[in-house]
Design a protein around this ligand. Structure first.
Ligand SMILES: NC(=O)c1ccc[n+]([C@@H]2O[C@H](COP(=O)([O-])OP(=O)(O)OC[C@H]3O[C@@H](n4cnc5c(N)ncnc54)[C@H](O)[C@@H]3O)[C@@H](O)[C@H]2O)c1
Length: 260
């Protein structure tokens, strides 16, 4: 039996590349996105998150092998909080019951090397508490200055997601149920999300100044897709709560020895 997965953000960039890779390997993918997908839902809303679970359950016949929570936004606005953090957590928690009967259940989310950038402590704390109303209100305040505090929103969501994975992965719900739960943290990937930023040599140089990628530079989405596919494959039996940087070296350049 081919494996069946749900991928959010399947209409574009990393999610699309992952869907194509898995389908090329003969696996079945239920793609979810706000447009051009098997399941068209808005993951910034409670209704959309509920509809994702309902539709994925219907289309899969009630059983999934893997979940890929990839959908994300990088705008300096509250919507980024709703999609990146609460949409991702709702995807993983909402679809987790569908993994119950699988032989090799797996789950992965997409964080970012941006988790290493400046973030807003208050927003990160509200995300850890799971208080969406207060987190959205805080993001509203940060968004008033789009080029300064607004820039902290994306990094805050990705930092909170990296922590969420580490806090959840060893719990009864995930490791205890035999489900490896992990994350990837990409560096700069050439997708519609970054297209404008990297359209010119000056833009690329300036971004690489902040996100150094000494190993092979800016990557194509297939690079991340291959790692996601392996993390959610049967071969991965023991990675638990890891945030794997697929970033051409930005993590080692920026953090050096500080993590050990
Ligand atoms: N591109 C990069 O450099 C980079 C780096 C690190 C992390 N990431 C992360 O990778 C993931 C994929 O990003 P990408 O680069 O492929 O970008 P992308 O813009 O090509 O794809 C993101 C997808 O998410 C979908 N999405 C956005 N809001 C949604 C909503 N409300 N409901 C449902 N779907 C929604 C979009 O429609 C889109 O198809 C994101 O989580 C992003 O934060 C990207």
């Amino acid at each position: 039996m081919p494996r069946t997965s749900v991928i959010t953000g399947a209409a574009s960039g990393i999610g699309k590349a992952t869907k194509e890779l898995l389908e090329h390997r003969g696996e079945r993918v239920i793609g979810a996105d706000i447009h051009d997908a098997d399941v068209v839902v808005d993951l910034s809303t409670a209704e959309g998150r509920g509809a994702l679970v309902e539709e994925a359950s219907r289309l899969s016949g009630g059983s999934l092998d893997a979940i890929y929570a990839v959908a994300g936004l990088a705008v300096p606005a509250p919507a980024t909080v709703a999609v990146n953090y609460f949409g991702t957590v709702a995807t993983l928690e909402g679809l987790r019951p569908l993994l119950a009967g699988a032989k090799a259940p797996r789950a992965v989310l997409v964080s970012s090397m941006a988790a290493l950038m400046s973030s807003d402590g208050e927003l990160v704390a509200l995300l850890a508490e799971g208080d969406e109303t207060a987190a959205m209100a805080r993001a509203e305040v940060l968004a008033k200055e789009p080029t300064t505090t607004g820039q902290l929103i994306y990094a805050s969501t990705k930092l909170a997601l990296s922590r969420w994975v580490r806090r959840q992965a060893a719990s009864a719900a995930w490791a205890g149920a035999g489900i490896p739960l992990n994350a990837v943290a990409p560096g700069i990937i050439a997708t519609p999300m970054t297209a404008e930023l990297i359209a010119t040599p000056e833009g690329r140089e300036s971004l690489l100044g902040v996100v150094p990628m000494p190993l092979n530079g800016i990557a194509e989405p297939i690079v991340v897709a291959r790692l996601l596919a392996w993390l959610n494959s049967e071969e991965n039996t023991h990675l638990c709560g890891q945030v794997v940087y697929v970033d051409g070296g930005s993590d080692v350049v920026l953090r050096g020895d500080s993590v050990w």
